[in-house]
Design a protein around this ligand. Sequence first.
Ligand SMILES: [Zn+2]
Ligand SMILES: [Zn+2]
Length: 142
Amino acid sequence: MGDLSENLSRKEFECECGCKFDTVDFELVNILQDTIQHFTKEYKTRIYCIITGGNRCVQHNEKIQLLYNRDYIPFSSNSQHIYARAADFKLYKNKIKKENQISSVEIYEYLYIKYPNKYGIGWYINRNHLDTRSGQFARWGR
Ligand SMILES: [Zn+2]
Ligand SMILES: [Zn+2]
């Protein structure tokens, strides 16, 4: 039992730099919880959600952007992780083991169909990104 929803806790969204930035968008939590519920029904087993990236304070985001993008212009990031409305996550069936991970493409397809013209939805090799941005929606893969 999480303290935000059945499966999710505030702690999991906290910025990893140690600054204690842990306020998180309620809509984001709801969509993630709904996604967990969907796959619980689909696979008739317990689903575990691991948040691999939640909130980022501006300083920590700068560090990450500079680390992954050599051409990054300082303070030019529009990452939704800064606004406490984005999460990178993985879902597992039954047990948290590599072979039990639900494919990121499968999760992407579920979100893509369920929320047309809304949000930021992306997939990477072994995780997904979801954010509740307002205005223009965004989609990406790999
Ligand atoms: Zn921080
Ligand atoms: Zn992300």
